[in-house]
Design a protein around this ligand. Structure first.
Ligand code: SF4
Length: 410
């Protein structure tokens, strides 16, 4: 393995500062906390002065710490099926058990920040609405949401107008909770900050189009933290500027994240959070670099526009990969495979997230027919490690990479 990126230390400090600020906001009667889904209207919440907390990030932290699986039965006992989103079940299970993953980076934090309001968008799935509804009942606070269409072929003007209208309708109830009126200049500034971070994050990811790639999907899963939790906050852009500099240095030096890179792969689907390091080492040991992914690219929002705040937020929400039809997804994947020069695709079939799993209705075969690129499907899950077999995945990865190596059987 190549040495870790130097930015990792700054990343840890930045994320910890973010969590400490959330904890402080929750304890300060003069401040308000909003919980938001990962691609909900975070910029609007920032503009209204909320400290913004993302339960999906918390659930991913539970997964990465390998604690998630142990909390799932607690949510099952409360009526949440083991078959539904394991972010939801592990997060609710941890809450019912009095545990927070925030205590790992910040030992003084013993609970997630108490919300004053919860805001979701169903652009990714319905599970987030049910997840947030649990906490709205538990804390007795308002639950607001955007019902966003799924299976979007073309992002039409009508669709954009419909979602933008729902986002505008959030303003009065949010103003009531925030105790302030929405300042259009603050909203524009938050969107400009998000857009800048998004553009830089895309450049970070695109450095991996170089051979050898200076970062992998597994690195991206760690470094995407600010893109997720600091949307609308200029600190995210500052972080990505430094990271981009470091990666360009690696490119200039010809230094790859996987020494001796021989095979380049695309990862489609959710990460297996509790096996991030193991999978990273497994691929690297075979000379395989996983250079691009749908997951990390899902926090690139080209449509955000400070001059059209609601229209841009609505369009960004509708353009998300997860909301699109299979033909659109296949075109995007084929373009990305070409851009990054991959030799094959890894589809993660995440048992509890059908929404972000694209291997179940023939897509790998159609893509292979269209691009000539072979694919392998890895059964697993984002947070429920009972669904993931180390032996099965090892054998599948070794066989797949072997066939793709120069001189292999592909
Ligand atoms: S998209 Fe998948 S992982 Fe994310 S909240 Fe929805 S069901 Fe869970």
């Amino acid at each position: 393995m190549a040495p870790a990126l130097k930015a990792v230390a700054a990343l840890g400090d930045l994320m910890a500062a973010c969590f400490r600020d959330l904890d402080a906001a929750a304890r300060d009667p003069a401040r308000k906390v909003a919980w938001c889904t990962s691609v909900g209207p975070a910029e609007l919440l920032r503009a209204l002065g909320f400290a913004v907390y993302f339960p999906e990030n918390h659930a991913a932290m539970l997964g990465a710490s390998r604690r998630a699986t142990g909390f799932i039965p607690r949510a099952n006992a409360a009526g949440y099926s083991p078959e539904i989103c394991s972010y939801l079940t592990s997060d609710i299970g941890a809450w019912l058990s009095g545990h927070t993953a925030l205590s790992k980076p910040c030992p003084e934090i013993d609970a997630v920040p108490r919300p004053d309001v919860l805001v979701y968008s169903t652009n990714q799935c319905r599970d987030v609405a049910d997840w947030f509804a649990f906490y709205a009942r538990a804390y007795g606070v308002p639950l607001l949401g955007v019902a966003s269409p799924r299976g979007v072929e073309d992002v039409t003007r009508d669709l954009v107008d419909g979602v933008a209208a729902q986002m505008r309708a959030l303003v009065p109830p949010l103003e009531a909770v925030a105790g302030m009126s929405l300042d259009p200049d603050r909203l524009r500034a938050a969107i400009a900050a998000s857009r800048e971070a998004s553009d830089l994050w895309r450049e970070v990811l695109r450095t991996a189009a170089h051979r050898p790639a200076p970062l992998t999907f597994f690195d991206g899963c760690i470094h995407m933290g600010p893109a997720v939790v600091l949307r609308g906050d200029p600190r995210a852009g500052a972080y990505y500027r430094d990271l981009l500099d470091e990666l360009r240095g690696r490119v200039a030096a010809g230094a790859g994240a996987v020494p001796g890179e021989r095979v380049r792969l695309y990862w489609e689907g959710m990460p297996v959070w509790g096996r991030l390091r193991d999978l990273s080492e497994r691929f690297a040991s075979l000379g395989a670099s996983v250079v691009a992914s749908t997951y990390c690219s899902s926090w690139v929002f080209d449509a955000l526009d400070p001059d059209d705040p609601f229209g841009g937020m609505a369009r960004a929400s509708l353009e998300l990969f997860i909301t699109r039809t299979d033909p659109v997804k296949e075109r995007i994947l084929a373009d990305e495979a070409r851009r990054f020069g991959v030799d094959g695709l890894v589809f993660h079939d995440a048992r509890t997230c059908p929404n972000n799993t694209n291997s179940r209705y023939g897509m790998p075969g159609r893509l292979e027919a269209a691009t000539g690129l072979p694919a392998v499907v890895l059964p697993g899950d984002l947070n429920d490690l009972r669904m993931f077999s180390d032996d099965t995945s090892r054998l599948a990865i070794e066989a797949f990479v072997e066939q793709l190596r120069p001189g292999g059987t592909a």
